[in-house]
Design a protein around this ligand. Structure first.
Ligand SMILES: *Cc1c(COP(=O)(O)O)cnc(C)c1O
Length: 399
């Protein structure tokens, strides 16, 4: 058992420490099923933890369509996008995405994480400043760190605090460029960034803005393009980031913006240049989903999601749970203590409801929670079952 150099001993001690704090994580083999169901280690649950908000990943009709389009394509791209791995459907996907997001161009990476850590260090560097919302996703934080620009964090969704930092940057780094980074819908809280205020500020201070629409793409606005498009700000946000692995039910990440931006990233984003291109399967699945979203059937599915979101919010309000003011399929049931969140998740699992605890460091200390996500694939009865199980767990913790 003793590894050379004692690496395993050191890692085992760290794992034991995590275990004691209730913070050790494990992977469980799973099989998502249609109708917001999931099989985990042989047991079937109603899934309340998926980002597949529209139920597209497992939709039988869509699956049939993309499997047909996939015929003739192989398992992998075979090379980096620059060396022959830039598959034709990927270019169709990018054109469709640009139209969808109302930008000149779009660039697809193999994941949202790759998009973030490739893009931020490509456009800013030492001498520049990156200002992130405190709750920005790990991929954005890592991208900012990799850039070696100066890092500053503003209070969550607080334009006044952002302005304080922009003023500081103007005084201390007059020659550097400033990039402001936020999410349009936050992944763990479901609340929305004040986009119009952020845009006004970044204009006033001559900064650039990156908005990560991972949890808004496919859901908001008249064409489901996201919250930036909904607010009519597409022309004013330099970088719109999207993930294809959430509401679109596939995988991949995209940066949408000007043609020049995209051409520059092709030359400078290391996660694109030095990585095998996105697979045919993920590309075709995203393309089929995006086209379908523009149909009347797609619009109806989105309406169904919002009806479910409202239905779940009503049920939770009746039980006394505090709800975020912003309407989103992500509804955090914050319980505070890690052990309590784990206990609640275990009780729900016993009743066939999959809603695992989200713990630090994914969320700030003392805000352990059940991150409930509502899907268009849930039935009224699914929502009733969850509300019923939550009621049995007793009143929500005092706010
Ligand atoms: C999921 C997520 C990402 C990463 O996207 P992947 O495609 O899953 O790598 C980036 N930003 C936010 C806010 C996310 O929720």
């Amino acid at each position: 058992m003793t590894a050379v150099g004692g690496l395993d001993e050191r890692l085992a001690a760290e794992l034991a420490r995590l275990e004691k704090a209730g913070l050790r994580r494990r992977l469980r083999p799973s099989a998502p099923l249609p109708g917001a169901r999931i099989r985990i280690e042989g047991r079937e649950y109603i899934n309340f933890a998926s980002n597949d908000y529209l139920g597209l990943a497992m939709d039988p009709a869509l699956r049939e369509r993309w499997m047909k389009e996939l015929a003739g394509w192989g398992g992998g791209a075979g090379a980096s996008r620059l060396l022959g791995g830039s598959l034709e459907p990927l270019h169709q996907l990018e054109e469709t995405l640009a139209r969808f997001k109302q930008t000149e161009a779009a660039l697809v990476f193999s994941s949202g994480f790759a998009a973030a850590i490739g893009t931020i260090p490509a456009i800013v560097g030492p001498g520049d400043v990156v200002v992130l919302d405190r709750l920005a996703h790990a991929s954005l934080v890592d991208g900012a760190r990799l850039s070696r620009a100066k890092l500053r964090v503003f209070r969550h969704n607080d334009p006044e605090d952002l302005e304080r930092i922009l003023r500081w940057a103007q005084e201390q780094h007059p020659d550097g460029r400033v990039l402001v980074v936020t999410e349009s819908v936050f992944s763990m809280d479901g609340d929305g960034a004040p986009l119009a205020e952020l845009v006004a500020l970044k204009q006033r201070y001559g900064a650039w803005l990156l908005v990560d629409e991972a949890h808004a793409t496919g859901l908001y606005g008249p064409r489901q393009a996201g919250r930036v498009a909904e607010a009519g700000l597409s022309g004013q946000v330099e970088l719109q980031m999207a993930t294809l692995g959430k509401a679109l039910g596939s995988a991949g990440g995209a940066i949408c913006g000007s043609k020049t931006l995209v051409e520059f990233l092709v030359n400078r984003a290391r996660s694109l240049i030095y990585s095998t291109g996105p697979t045919p399967a993920q590309t075709v699945a995203a393309l089929v989903a995006l086209r379908w979203l523009e149909t009347e059937e797609g619009a109806a599915r989105v309406r169904r999601l919002w009806a479910n979101v409202d239905g779940m919010r009503d049920r939770l309000a009746t039980l006394g749970w505090p709800l975020p003011a912003h309407r989103s399929p992500i509804i955090p049931l914050v319980v505070g203590q890690t052990y309590r969140a784990i206990e609640m998740a275990a009780h729900l699992a016993e009743r066939g409801l999959w809603l695992p605890a989200v713990r630090p460091p994914t969320v700030p200390r003392g805000t352990a929670r059940l991150r409930l996500s509502v899907s268009a694939a849930h039935s009224e009865r699914d929502l009733d079952l969850l509300a019923d199980a939550l009621a049995r767990l007793g009143p929500p913790p005092a706010a």
